[in-house]
Write a protein of this length. Sequence first.
Lengths: 535, 269
Amino acid sequence: MTTITPYRSPVQDGPDGFPQLLHAEWTKFRTVRGWVIGMIVAILVTAGLGLFLVAASGNVSCGVSSTGGGSGPVRHGAAACGPPPLLQGPAGEPVTDSFYFVRQPLTGNGSITVRVTSLTGVPPGPMQPGLMPWSKAGILIKQDLSQGSAYAAMMVTSGNGVRMQWNYTGDTPGLSGAVSAASPRWLRLTRDSDTITGYDSTDGAHWTQVGAVHLAGLPSAVQAGLFATSPQYIAISTSFGSGNVNNNQTVATAVFDHVRRSGAWPAITWTGGDIGPATEGIQGFPQGYHQAAGRFTVTGSGDIAPAIPGPGNGNEGHEPIGFFLAGTVAGLIAVIVVATMFMTAEYRRGLIRTTLAVSPVRGRVLAAKAIVIGSAAFVTGLAAAVGTVIVATGEAHASGYSLWPVPWPAELRLIAGTAALVAVAAVLTLAVATMVRRSAAAVMLVIVAIVVPYFLTFTAAVPAVIGEWLLRITPAAAFAVQQSTPRYHHVQAAYLPGLGDGFFPLAPWAGLAVLCGWAALALAGAAYLLRRRDA
Amino acid sequence: MSLPLSAGQRSHRAWPETLHAEWTKLRTLASTGWLLAGAVALTVAVSTAAVAAAAVAPGVDLAKLSLTGIQAGQAVAVILAVLAISNEYSTGMIRVTLTAMPRRHTVLAAKAALVGGLVLAAGAVTVLASVLAGRLILPERGFTPANGYQLLSLGNGPDLRAACGSVLYLALVALLALGIAAVVRDSAVAIGTVLALLYLFPIAAAVVSNHHWQRHLEQIGPTTAGLYIQATAGVHALPLTPWQGLGVLALWAMGALILGGLVLRFRDA
């Protein structure tokens, strides 16, 4: 019997760890010229579209006006040209600040207490409610009479009980329930240096502190008094291809009594006046106040709240920077095509058999490919987002277009989020391509899953109800990372993606998590099929 | 034994034979049937969902609303058209095809005629089903004659125009896709390019706040202009008449086919 020695290659084994696999996949990606060009096209298309959108939007004004230099809104020379400038609050955020104010100066520390017995609106009509849920009236301490100055207020609202609000964005709930003569609400504001404390009570004897806020730099003499205001009624109708928003003024009328003050109030009488441009109110219900036997009836219209961007909210012509990332969807198509071919090219050329012969642990091949394409897409998305922000901001400055101010953490999230969105979408595409193997089917599936829902909602091609759901459950939910400005629960507005406002139903990272969930699901399916099927 | 055909006879018979050969190739692909069925199903599903979610509001265009699904279904028509050409390139079949039928324009024309015809047929089914869904569901959503809304009816001039126009729209989108696929050859790149063309113009038009630019983008975009054909309300406010809009799409399709024909003619397969 002869023993047979199996043949052993005299060549030493090469390293076959995961880093080598990664390196091999990276070489495959890097050396296909079309794929690298595809990624560059993605960057150029995204930034180019952003530049075009700003340039096209910037021409709204008649003639190019010079920028004021530095940050802040650009003020156009002639009032008739372009959109009106943005009003900014103490923290620099755009705000709405218009209401009817019956006030006196208050010097130093002091307090004001009132009882509110009623809050009513005009008789409601078929297309118009009497009051909005956030129609409000109460007492307010304000830095001065200019719009956008710091304030703190205690108020009753039509649908949200007693609230303490301050500096536009702050809001704390107090007593719940509506106000009426049978169930009045007592409100008190106390000023102690820079701190303003709000209290509420149902009987004027037992008080509960609602909140204490610190208004930095409050001068010694402030304006304090009674106010009433009521935001616009917004009716949104989205029909195929177009969205209509109807805005109508509403007015709120509140009745106050038991007005008591402590501290130094140098003026003898109350002064009533509009904060912000004098509005007529609704015909038959003009803004103003009436005082008789210690009872004040105050009627006002407007809102004291952060402003919400978008033409539906009366803020056309000032879009936040995230809005100009709309080109991402075009760049994403290029990335999806590249990510698909990164896998399907292996099947088309039969290279997959070589790949799997070299690295028989199939899950590792998929992981290496996902890491390579995900990283390449992340860099592409990052370059596209940074490029867009830079060229769009530059073009806005050059053409006198006033961007909606966005704080830097939000801007950072827009950029990082966009890069993550592109990266995860590429991994999802790779996984889908592994499962279906055919380029056409993979590209189509991913585009239908990500681009089409975004398209249908953004162009208002489907009713808003469907659009909201599409942006919750489909991978397109991830575009929520591109929402620049927050949604405020205490401001009723047209928070829509479709009308150029750029609002999404999910929070930014929650939206990205939806896409990650889809990608994880697809990767699991791809790993399973890759292992179980012949290549 | 049949005699070899003379040169004159051969050229005379080239067109029907090419058409027949292309038809056999298209017919025997499993994907063709699935894609046509998918286009119909997706379109009708999206249209029905849009109709079922509609709420009475001023200015709702019922014909347009009940044909919403065309916007999603066009994507499937695009794949069908792209695969008709790119499949041949991916398998190398194109070399056999061009050897057997050296008149390259005729090959492309035959493909265009067949893809266009198939999409027209599927489009007709789709549009009829969508209009039927609209007619049945819309009155339940409050769009009744009592509320001032006419029932959808193909006997009504504008509604008929919207319905027929949507069928033509789908066919023209397919031809546009065919032309681009002949230019770029790879299925993934072709589908990406066509869908970017289709979806980018409406998104840009929705985002840009300058009305002047918005009108321009809508006028030149293949989807935005082409879908003017679905308008039955506020037609006079549109930047183009419905048929002019469809004409813009036809120009896109023609341009893509001519470009595809030139590339096919002058580039090695």
